[in-house]
Design a protein around this ligand. Sequence first.
Ligand code: NAP
Ligand code: MG
Length: 407
Amino acid sequence: MMEKIKMLTPLVEMDGDEMTRILWKMIKDELLLPFVDLKTEYYDLGLPERERTKDKVTFDSAYATKKYGVAVKCATITPNRQRVEEYNLSEMWKSPNGTIRAILDGTVFRAPILLDFIHPAVRNWKKPITIARHAYGDIYKATEYRVPDEGKAELVFTDKDGRETFRETVYNFECAGVLQGSYNKDSSIRSFAHACFKYALSTKQDLWFSTKDTISKQYDQTFKLIFQEIYDNEYKADFEKVGITYFYTLIDDAVARVIRSEGGFIWACKNYDGDVMSDMVSTAFGSLAMMTSVLVSPDGNYEYEAAHGTVTRHYYKYLKGEETSTNPMATIYAWSGALRKRGELDHLSDLVAFADALEGACIDTLSSGVMTKDLVSLTDGSIKTRAVTSAEFIAEIRKNLEARLDA
Ligand code: NAP
Ligand code: MG
C-alpha cells in the first residue's frame, strides 16, 4: 500500500443531515481516509447539533471558513414547521446556507458534471455552463403593495440629515394596480463582481455578465459600470495573462448566445435572472444529482457542496433498512473540489493529483455503465447500464481509484 497523501492546512468539514449524512461517511471511509492523511476541522451542522448549540455551530463553521479559506459542506435540513415537530426544535433555525453566505458575503457558482452518454437538452452544449447568481436584493428584498384605486405613486429619498433629495413620480394611477420599490447596494454588487472575477481566474473560464441596462438606465447600468470598473482596475491584466475574457452583454443577447454556445464559461446573473436561469440550465443539463455548487467570497474563501438537498425520501427508506440508490456524485465532487483548492493554495501537487484521480475514477465508473438509478434513464443507450446501490457504486469507484493511483 502506498503512503497516504499529506495535507498541510485543515479543511473545514461541515457535516449535515439525512441521506447525504449517510453518504458523507461512506465517501470518507471508502474514498478519502484510505488514501489521504485527511486533516479537517469538523463542524456538525446536522440539525440535532444545531439545536443543541442554538445554531452556534453554524456560525463557528463559517468563521472557520474565513480563517482557513476552504470548506466542504454536506447538505443540511432547512427547518420548516414540520421539521420543528420532527426534531423537537426550540426554534425554527435559519438555513445554514443563508447564514454561511451572509457571513462570507459570498456568491454561489453552480456547474453540472457532464458525461459523454448523457446529452443536454440543448444539442450544442459540450462543456458545463456555470451560473453565478447575485443572491442579494432586487425583488427578493422589495417593498410592494397593491394600489387600491386612483392616486399618485412617488419614489422619495431622504438623506441622513433628513433632507428630501429626490422625489420622482412613478405613476399617476387612474385605477387600481400594483407598486414595487426594490434596491441594491454598491457594496454588495462589488462583492459579487470580485467573487465572479476571482472564480473565473481560479477556474480559467471566460466570464459573461448580463443585465437589462438599456432599459434600466440607473439600476442595471450601475451593475454594468461597477463590473467594468473593477475589471479594468483589478483583473484585466490577470485575465489577459491567463488568456480568458470578460464579456458584458444585454440579457436578451446573452440568452441567445448561451443557447448557441458550446458552454465552458461562467454566466453571472442578477438575482432574478440567476434564480430562473440556474433552474433552466440545470434542467437542460439533466439531473440535480449531478449539479455541483461552490460559494466564493470576494476575499477568496471557498465552500464546496452539492446543489441538491438531503434526499429525505431516500433517507426514510434507509431508516426502514432498505438499501438506497442515492447518487453521491455531487457530494464526492464537493470533496474533490475542496481538496483540489486546498492543494493549490498549499502547493501540494499530490493532493491536487488525488482530487483529479478521484473525479476520474467517478467518470471511469459511470463510463463502465455502473451507476445509480437516477442516471440510468438519462443515458443515450450507447452503453450497457447496471443500476447499483450507493454502497456498490462507491465500492466500484474505490476500485477504479486504486487502479488510477497505482498507475
Ligand atoms: P432534495 O433533497 O434535493 O431531493 C429532491 C428529490 O430529487 C429527491 O427526492 C430525489 O428524487 C432527487 N434527488 C436529489 N438529489 C439526489 C441524489 N443525490 N440522488 C438521487 N436522487 C436525488 O430536495 P428536497 O426533497 O426538496 O429537500 C430535502 C431537504 O433538503 C429539505 O429539508 C431541505 O431543507 C434540504 N435542502 C438542503 C439544501 C442544502 O443544504 N444545500 C439544498 C436544498 C434542500 P426521488 O425521490 O424521485 O428519487
Ligand atoms: Mg429558482
